[in-house]
Design a protein around this ligand. Structure first.
Ligand SMILES: C[S@@+](CC[C@H](N)C(=O)[O-])C[C@H]1O[C@@H](n2cnc3c(N)ncnc32)[C@H](O)[C@@H]1O
Length: 616
């Protein structure tokens, strides 16, 4: 039997996935910022701004944030071949896909089960991205594609273009469509007199009904049973002097809400409804049937018909909120220029980020659709910081990652102004922003393992004891949680399983003492520079030597996986022509980062190269 391969997008090097080092994030408190005082009870301070390549940064977040982020919005370089002022855009297609794909895998992992992913692109790569995301998220989880009108035709200089390109696209995916729900009121607006005039009939009592006809629905094969009603009571809500009596009339609407309807004609093409109506005359009729498609697919319902027209219930398009009736407007996937005003875009946030900055109104709509206050929002291509700016003003937690210098020159000043309540542009007025909260600024920690001058892998001397313990926790899947009273509890993987990291050499006496303290009901992983004992005698201990135990876990010392081609690692096969022109030489070894021959004397970390004598 032929095995059909699954549908997938493929490109050169698709299977070459980097084995990423889970770096620690190092806070720079001088760049972190918080408001001088609390503005409200709901102020959020644990937002994060990370400076660095997003692939390593996302990996660094993996342990703490897997399954946590409610909304991810990314607006990566569109790969249009244009060089923007602040960042490089224009990569060869398969390179772009490979770079995106590595990042998408991590983003998908971080997304909460109820979470939603948005990616903003233009026509260059949007369709390739769709296929990529169908594979990663599963086609079933595709929620839709927004066509966002970036600007009207006039004013766009695209002389000679076949079609003037005015649109960008936002692909929307649920992590799991079955668990996804819309949070937003979708721009709910109060019921107005013009809506009342359409919906003003109330089915007070449907009366008695008798079956008059039945047939099998072609789409479901299930019976459709049609009834004629007798003794029904239908009333009309009086809208006389509606402007003067508005509150009184709204009270009536709220009281009768579930029973209010209008009757509407059926389109001729709707064969199913036309067939039911062919059995109905004047007066009230109803039909019981199983719905075969649409929002109520699979439900058994009773549909009503009056004077040869079908009922449309007010409750299908509105709801009662705090004593008022609001229309729950349906949002289409076309978001026109006029709906999301951006006349002031250039000034938003007080930063100049030409051609990359997205309007705060757009972000507000996206964030509001799928999150509620306190939820985590992430943008790993932060640019000028629009996503974090909007998330902050809307009371959501945020994480932003940006590799460019504009992380310092744009995002930090923008967020500081917001926190200080000085940014009244963008969506500030719409959300009544008054300031407050804060963020922590992080950069990626250095690689844990470097080569010494004899080319031996050693623990990076930049690491202090705390950093080392945190890095080992990440590598071994423990949560870094140092216990100030119990020195060997530096992290945990469960209530009873701990990790202890030290560069010391562990002797039999030291291990015996720790093993006694751990006791029979707990277990401990010890990562140490060396050990001199038969460690198999300690049932509650697992003892490993570092760095040896971790060498194969990932790629060490690789600092830049950024989207810029000039930063890509050299191919391992790259051969350098010999100087005499005859043949080739092996590639030169990269310059070592840390020498150990400096006259600085031994440090805490010198212990890691002690060759254990009794260990494995
Ligand atoms: C289109 S801009 C985002 C604009 C943003 N939505 C806004 O409203 O300001 C794309 C951003 O992604 C950043 N970027 C590109 N590659 C990156 C990487 N590997 N890691 C982190 N940021 C990256 C660029 O520096 C640029 O700022």
């Amino acid at each position: 039997m032929t095995k059909h391969p699954k549908l997938e997008l493929t490109w050169i090097g698709k299977e070459n996935r980097p084995k990423l080092e889970p770096r620690i994030l190092v806070e720079d408190p001088g760049k972190s910022y918080h408001a001088a005082h609390r503005v409200s009870e709901n102020d959020i301070f644990d937002n994060r701004l990370i400076f660095g390549d997003n692939l390593l940064a996302l990996k660094a977040l993996e342990q703490e944030f897997t399954g946590t982020i409610k909304c991810i919005y990314i607006d990566p370089p569109f790969n249009t071949g244009q060089a923007f002022e602040h960042y490089d855009d224009g990569l060869e297609h398969s390179t772009w896909l490979a770079m995106m794909s590595d990042r998408l895998d991590l983003l998908h992992r971080l997304l909460a089960p109820e979470g939603v992913f948005f990616v903003h692109l233009d026509q260059e790569e949007n369709h390739y991205m769709k296929v990529l995301l169908d594979e990663l998220f599963n086609r079933f989880n595709f929620l839709g594609q927004v066509a966002y009108e970036r600007s009207g035709v006039s004013g766009i200089g695209q002389g000679g273009a076949f079609l003037v390109n005015t649109h960008e696209y936002i692909l929307c995916y649920a992590k799991d469509k079955a668990r996804f729900h819309v949070e937003d009121d979708r721009g709910a607006t109060p019921l107005e007199p013009k809506d009342m005039k359409r919906y003003n009939r109330v089915l007070i009592d449907p009366g008695e009904r008798v079956e008059i006809e039945r047939f099998l629905a072609p789409s479901t094969g299930e019976p459709v049973v049609i009834y004629k009603h007798r003794g029904e009571q239908i009333e009309t809500i009086s809208l006389r002097k509606v402007e003067d009596r508005f509150d009184e009339i709204i009270g009536e609407y709220v009281k009768c809400f579930p029973k209010i309807f209008r009757n509407t004609s059926i389109q001729k093409e709707n064969e199913f409804q036309t067939r039911i109506l062919s059995h109905c005359g004047d007066g009230l009729y109803s039909a019981d049937y199983l719905v075969s498609r649409g929002k109520r697919e699979g439900e058994n319902i009773t549909a009503y018909y009056w004077n040869r027209q079908v009922f449309a219930w007010l409750s299908d398009t509105a709801e009662v909120r705090e004593g008022q009736i609001v229309k729950t407007n349906k949002l289409s996937d076309f978001w026109p220029h006029g709906d999301l005003p951006k006349a002031d875009l250039a000034n938003e946030g007080g930063v100049d980020f030409r051609r990359g900055k997205k309007p705060e109104t757009l972000l507000k709509r996206l964030v509001g659709l799928v999150t509620k206050p306190g939820d985590w929002v992430l943008d790993s291509f932060a640019g000028s910081g629009s996503t974090g700016a909007v998330a902050h003003k809307m009371g959501r937690r945020w994480i932003m990652i940006e590799l460019g210098e504009h992380c310092q020159t744009h995002i930090i000043p923008r967020m500081r102004k917001i926190i200080d309540g000085e940014d009244q542009g963008g969506v500030s007025k719409a959300v009544n922003w008054k300031g407050g909260g804060g963020f922590r600024y992080y950069k990626l920690g250095p690689s844990l393992i470097v080569k010494d001058e004899w080319d031996n892998p050693v623990i990076n001397p930049e690491f202090n004891a705390g950093m080392l313990a945190e890095a080992m926790c990440k590598l071994e899947g423990f949560t870094f949680e140092p216990n100030s009273e119990v020195y060997w509890q530096q992290g945990r993987s469960s209530e009873t399983d701990f990790i202890y990291v030290t560069t010391q050499m562990m002797t039999k006496e030291m291990l015996t003492k720790i093993s006694d303290e751990v006791g029979p009901n707990r277990s401990l992983l010890i990562c140490c520079g060396a050990y001199r004992a038969d460690v198999t005698q300690f049932e509650n201990l697992t003892v490993r030597k570092i760095p040896k135990a971790v060498l194969k876990k990932c790629e060490w010392g690789h600092d830049d996986y950024s989207l810029e081609i000039r930063n890509l690692p050299k191919s391992p096969q790259t051969a350098v022509p010999a100087e005499d022109g005859g043949g080739t030489q092996p590639p030169k070894r990269p310059a070592r980062k840390f020498g150990r021959g400096k006259d600085t004397g031994p440090t805490l970390f010198d212990m890691d190269t002690i060759n254990s004598t009794g260990g494995k």
